[in-house]
Design a protein around this ligand. Structure first.
Ligand code: PMM
Length: 301
């Protein structure tokens, strides 16, 4: 992957000027997300949370009104709109670059109308037949994630011959379907969908081979934050996974490694650690690619 990631288009100039992996802070306006369920459910709490993520260094804020926690049921579209739109409007008014986390074309459309600049669709266009044409018409950046079904069924859809190649092929199919609906490939970001229709052990080869997803020619987003596979990795001798709130240091480690591997963006709940991590990775990568590397005078203790 390139020394610093190529940005999708169109994005605000202040983001395209950034020469490192971006950090997307998560604002879940839901009562039941696995990582922070209910904490920011009231609009004012969600807006205040978004502001605190910006202060911690988020480049983008991802506002979502429907939980994708394994087993979660669907939220009526009216409820999703009521949750998401006031939060998008307020954060856009603050000057934030806002992404809307939705699988529904109607929510994407109204959020973009309210100022969102990215549509983040965990279904990669599969959940709503109107999504592709809507994204083509809106012309915004679109994150297409690897997905095999809604939260109520995804745990039963984890069969792979070779998880990396199978996910790559299915993402190539999404990209072709989007192009067929008139979406400019320049708009599209691809995401391997960590934790979605994946067994815990499937997530590590996907992280280790982000270059295979990137070989489809589009920027890559990584969403590892606080996910269950990190909880299992960090389990003590009793085998009990550490809870989501104790997975932030591991998340920042993934952010550093994903950035070093050329990821365009990391999507995280706790921003400060990953904001540091992507800067470390950029300095590391830049030092590795500079003709002479850092000189002695640059080194301080
Ligand atoms: N993960 C979640 C939600 N949205 N979007 C993208 N693009 N990639 C992800 O991995 C992703 C996502 C689940 O996490 P949450 O419920 O804590 O937000």
């Amino acid at each position: 992957m390139p020394a610093h990631p190529v940005h999708p288009a169109p994005l605000p100039a202040r983001l395209t000027a950034v020469r490192r992996t971006l950090v997307m802070g998560v604002v879940n306006v839901t009562p039941d997300s696995f990582s922070d369920g209910g904490r920011w459910f009231e609009p004012d709490a969600a807006i205040a949370h978004g502001r605190s993520l910006l202060a911690a260094g988020a480049d983008l804020l991802d506002v979502g009104g429907e939980s994708t926690r394994p087993g979660a049921g669907r939220v009526p579209v009216e409820d999703e709109l009521v949750r998401v739109l006031p939060v998008v409007r307020a954060l856009v008014a603050d000057g934030a670059a806002v992404s809307v986390d939705t699988t529904r074309a109607a929510v994407a459309e109204q959020a973009v109308d309210a100022g969102a600049v990215v549509v983040n669709d965990v279904s990669g266009g599969l959940a709503d037949p109107a999504m592709r044409a809507t994204v083509a018409r809106l012309g915004v950046v679109y994150v297409a994630m690897h997905w095999r079904g809604h939260a109520d069924v995804m745990e039963a859809r984890t069969d792979y011959d070779d998880v990396v190649e199978d996910v790559r092929r299915e993402l190539a199919d999404r990209l072709a379907e989007l192009a067929g609906a008139g979406v400019d490939p320049a708009q599209v970001v691809l995401d391997p969908g960590l934790g979605f229709a994946k067994q815990g052990s499937d997530n590590w080869p996907l992280l280790a081979h982000l270059d295979r997803v990137a070989s489809l020619g589009r920027p890559v987003l990584v969403g590892a934050s606080r996910k269950r596979f990190l909880g299992h990795l960090l389990a003590g001798p009793d085998g009990v996974p550490v809870p989501p709130a104790r997975r932030d240091a591991a998340t920042a480690a993934v952010s550093a490694l994903a950035a070093r591997a050329g990821a365009w963006c990391v999507r995280v709940h706790e921003v400060a650690g990953s904001a540091d991590a992507v800067r470390v990775a950029a300095a590391w990568t830049g030092a590795g690619t500079a003709p002479d590397g850092p000189s002695d005078e640059d080194v301080t203790t």
